[in-house]
Design a protein around this ligand. Structure first.
Ligand code: PLP
Length: 469
């Protein structure tokens, strides 16, 4: 059966696989002590990895050594227990085993014929995901590469409800993710068709804002089409008043989308379910298992509760697909891709291996730790907390006496730079209400109370170091 060198013998397969697993176990054990980041300019990194096109084989030992010596030292570890920047990507061992199995078996998950039992598994996993967040299990969906493509799928589905989208308007909160603008542009909406809605002091879109804007646009001959609300903004973790916005969308005849890429899985917990109430009424929802469901990157998901709407947006049939049953679910009809990996597998593997109760407990623990981070930051005289939404705490450096806003903002930038250089902890910068701010995100099963305390202490130390500079 072996076809060297692309497929080695069974003994060699075992040997290579075990060696990789041993290597990964060693990396996992070293994660805590490894730097969160150790960034260099891309030309330095390019020099680190430079090699001639390989005409001849390299041993696995040599390749793993290359990774260890020339890639890992400069790696940014979004799965590190003290990576609190952007949106962490904790990943998980079970999730990565699912990705390995998907890659090794390599089913063609684009069609019912090629995907076959894996297509059935994707449908099942979509149902599990819907059930997990309290969305109707009858919703149609697809696993995507991430939240950006899921948002695109949702908007494409909404656009396909119109014969003429040229007067349509797409509403996005001014705190909404930029992937929504990208999606609208890719789908051919003009910039004047994408309206950013102002948020209130709590970073939420108010129902009255949507109503006013819809009426204004209608009076101008426009067709309000789509509202993207947030179940956890990237910036502040803010959840919009989803139930009230669902009411508005119903009355105004607007497609109600909830971008829950970051926060959606918080609905597994009691407090998360309470704050995300109304999400179940959305026409479409974006979720990112590769964020708060601990799967490796490459696992996003869109669920749509309007039967056939993804197909209306994406269905296309080449002659060469003649043998594929059109009466079955074909995932190539639900998204822009034809060939696609079995993206459900990491999600299914993880959910099945650890069970939803453990995931709920973990998300609850992340929420508790975010509360702890907020409390500790509030106790620090150098910081003022702006907001906490789900597991994202936003805060600012307190201005020093006579310090200008520019000076304060510059110190925040220097703080992030110092943290990047130090490698012990990382937070990221943003802008809130036109003023610079910092974000501290907790989303990792490897993060415990000790890490949160250590991270806040490291922030205190770094900011005091700036004072001395
Ligand atoms: C709220 C929200 N929407 C969409 C996205 C885009 O998701 P992805 O990076 O998986 O494409 C993100 C990513 O952080 C997000 O936080």
């Amino acid at each position: 059966m072996a076809r060297e060198p692309l497929d080695p013998s069974p003994e060699r397969m075992r040997e290579l696989g075990y060696a990789v697993v041993d290597w990964l176990v060693a990396q996992a054990a070293a994660l805590d002590a490894a730097p969160v980041a150790n960034l260099a300019a891309l030309d330095v990194l390019a020099a680190d990895v430079e090699e001639q096109l390989p005409a001849h084989p390299s041993s696995l030992t040599n390749t793993l050594e290359f990774l260890e010596q020339r890639i890992l030292p400069r790696m940014t570890r979004t799965n590190h227990p003290r990576f609190h920047a952007y949106v962490p990507g904790p990943g998980s061992y079970y999730g990565s085993l699912g990705a390995f199995i998907a890659a090794a078996l390599n089913p063609f998950a684009g069609s019912s014929l090629g995907g076959a039992s894996f297509a059935a598994l994707e449908l099942l996993t979509l149902r599990w995901v819907a059930e997990t967040v309290g969305y109707p299990v009858t919703a149609e969906g697809i696993f995507t590469s991430g939240g950006s493509m899921a948002n695109l799928g949702a908007l494409a589905a909404a656009r396909a409800t119109l014969d003429d989208p040229s007067t349509a308007v797409v509403y996005v909160s001014d705190q909404g993710h930029t992937s929504m603008d990208k999606a609208a542009t890719v789908l051919g909406f003009r910039s004047d068709q994408i309206v950013r809605l102002a948020t209130n002091a709590s970073f939420q879109v108010e129902p009255a804002t949507v109503i006013d804007r819809c009426r204004m646009d209608r009076a101008r001959g426009r067709r309000p089409l789509f509202l993207s609300a947030n179940a956890g903004t990237t910036n502040t973790g803010t959840v919009d008043p989803l139930d009230a916005l669902a009411d508005v969308c119903e009355t105004e005849g607007v497609w109600f989308h909830v971008d829950a890429a970051y926060g959606g899985f918080a609905a597994l917990t009691e407090r998360g379910r309470a704050s995300l109430r109304g999400m179940e009424r959305a026409d479409s929802v974006t979720l990112d298992p590769h964020k708060w469901l601990y799967t490796p990157f490459g696992c996003g998901c869109v669920l749509v509760n309007r039967p056939g709407s993804l197909d209306r947006a994406f269905a296309a049939h080449g002659d060469y697909l003649k043998d594929v049953a059109q009466t079955e679910v074909n995932f190539f009809d639900r998204g822009p891709e034809l060939t696609r990996p079995a993206r459900a597998l990491p999600v299914w593997m993880l959910m099945r291996s650890v069970g939803v109760d453990a995931l709920r407990r973990q998300i609850d623990a992340d929420l508790d730790l975010a509360e702890l981070a907020e409390r500790l930051l509030r106790e620090e005289p150098d910081f003022e907390v702006v907001h906490r939404g789900l597991s994202i705490v936003t805060f600012r450096l307190v201005a020093r006496r006579d310090e200008s806003e520019e000076g304060r903002a510059a110190r925040e930038e220097r703080l992030v730079q110092t943290l990047l250089e130090g490698g012990d902890v990382l937070v990221s910068g943003t802008s809130l209400g036109g003023r610079s701010a910092l974000r501290f995100v907790v989303l990792n099963h490897r993060t415990g109370e000790a890490e949160i305390r250590r991270s806040v202490a490291a922030l205190r130390g770094a900011v005091r170091g700036l004072h001395d500079a």
